[in-house]
Design a protein around this ligand. Structure first.
Ligand code: ADP
Ligand code: MG
Length: 458
């Protein structure tokens, strides 16, 4: 087996089956020399994409096989190389399976083609009548109902934003189900922004852009796109989505988008898309209040036939505050354990069986975890936040990260400075003061901080 074939084996074990067949199968090893390996692709854009996103991974995989670092050169082939057929889907990774135990979700777009939804594709639990409405989500809920009852007339697009696990996907499915019930012939496309990106790349690679455009622009009455923050920095995908958006909007087709932040806060998003995201209605979902969390738990317990005493419901709801998925996961875990061990649900029992959740929560909020989260939020590298660069695109997230470390951990200024690659404590103090002042003076600064805080496990 060649070095490249063996390296592919290493890569395959590190990425999802979907990404492997999209990005790595099409790479053709044209040459291996003592200091470099030359990979050919059919399309320069595809090559750039792979270089931007997977260079390090490929480099590490090749080095682990060759026993020395080789330069990775990705070039466009002069004569087209054949594109291998896709692999059958591999079993899920461990991470996904762990997730699944917390939230039993039926994947609705297996395979790569976004398809018209049939009712069977929808998660059976994600309906309007199972969505518990409270002050934190009533606007998003009402707007979703309005759109489901009168697509493309109420608000277009509807843009729903909020932190992870707060019910955005749930609402999208509920809308699809309602539209589908009223108009069985409607062509409803549900796709995550990540899958849309994969589709764009694959279609370019296979020279099937016409079919792609027909599918999204001409054969679609309602487009539900989940997690559009993923489009950050993906220029070619943004361009394609811009035309899709225009075609659908112009033809009075309903578009609903979900995101983990407001349109203004999505980094590296073209202004023309940003402005379109704001054309219709923007509705937020915030973490639910205590009473709503208790109501969600009680509804779930009733659905699943779990007998949940009120005091235990309140205990759980106080413990898990920022994420409904985790809240439900804690209930599922506890009731499973209770039924294995034939015990009743009680507060001491809950304390015992959710102990790692409590410990984990305490551990989770370290400077490291805040730096990681802020880096993800702004789409910058953690090493840049810890490094010396002073460009605004780095300095701004760095100041915010320092501020959040100070606010949410017990660390001192010098400790925070050390977590940021050995910065002086005066630098940290200045950053915290600056962010504090900005928050006092501008609503936008405050909302930016809040949208990051929503993701903290607090
Ligand atoms: P998001 O897409 O915002 O990350 P999901 O829609 O996947 O979140 O929701 C996570 C879990 O929490 C799902 O099981 C969903 O049914 C449940 N959930 C969230 N909000 C509510 C709510 N208001 N009422 C009932 N269940 C909810
Ligand atoms: Mg979601």
């Amino acid at each position: 087996m060649s070095i490249w074939d063996q390296a592919l084996g290493v890569i395959q074990s590190r990425v999802t089956a979907e990404n492997f067949s999209t990005y790595f199968r099409p790479l053709h090893c044209a040459d291996v020399q003592s200091d470099r390996i030359v990979l050919e692709v059919n399309d320069a854009f595809f090559g750039d994409w792979v270089r931007d996103h997977y260079q390090d991974l490929i480099h590490d995989a090749v080095e682990s096989i060759a026993g020395r670092p080789l330069e990775i050169e990705i070039v466009t082939a002069t004569t087209p190389i054949p594109v291998p057929a896709s692999d059958p889907p591999k079993s899920k990774s461990i991470v996904e399976e762990e997730d699944a135990t917390l939230a039993p979700v039926i994947p609705i777009t297996q395979g790569v083609k976004p398809k018209r939804l049939g009712a069977f594709d929808l998660n059976p639990h994600y309906r309007f009548d199972t969505f518990v409405v409270g002050p934190s989500n009533e606007m998003a809920h009402a707007a979703s109902m309005a759109v489901a009852n009168d697509p493309a007339r109420a608000f277009n697009p509807l843009f729903i934003y909020g932190g992870t696990g707060l019910g955005k996907t749930h609402l999208l499915h509920a809308v699809a189900r309602r539209i589908y019930a009223d108009r069985p012939n409607a062509a409803i496309t549900y796709i995550s922004a990540e899958e849309f990106t994969n589709e764009v790349i694959k279609s370019i690679q296979r020279q099937e852009m016409d079919a792609f455009r027909a599918r999204f622009r001409d054969q679609c009455d309602v487009l539900l796109m989940d997690d559009v923050h993923i489009l950050a920095g993906k220029e070619r995908t943004q361009e394609e989505f811009f035309y899709t958006f225009n075609a659908l909007h112009g033809a009075q087709k309903q578009i609903i988008l979900t995101c983990d932040r407001t349109p203004q806060e999505i980094p590296r998003l073209e202004d023309r898309l940003r402005s379109r995201f704001q054309w219709g209605l923007i509705a937020d979902i915030r973490p639910p209040q205590l009473e709503t969390r208790v109501a969600i738990l009680q509804a779930k317990a009733e659905r699943d036939g779990i007998s949940l005493p009120d005091d235990v419901a309140f205990y759980l709801a106080r413990l898990v505050r920022a994420n409904v998925r985790e809240l439900e996961g804690a209930l599922v875990r506890m009731s499973a354990y209770a039924s294995f061990t034939h015990q009743e649900l009680s507060i001491p029992f809950a304390q015992e069986c959710l102990r790692d959740l409590v410990d984990h929560r305490e551990q989770a909020l370290t400077s490291e975890s805040i730096i990681k989260l802020v880096a993800e939020h702004f789409d910058v590298r953690e090493s840049d936040l810890k490094g010396p660069r002073r460009h605004r695109t780095i300095a701004h997230p760095r100041s915010i990260a320092m501020y959040l470390c100070r606010k949410h951990t017990q660390s001192s200024y010098p400790q925070i400075g050390r977590a940021f690659g050995g910065k002086d404590h005066t630098t940290v103090m200045a950053a915290c003061r600056k962010v504090d002042k900005a928050c006092n003076n501008a609503l936008s600064a405050r909302s930016e901080i809040e949208s990051i805080e929503r993701k903290l496990p607090i």
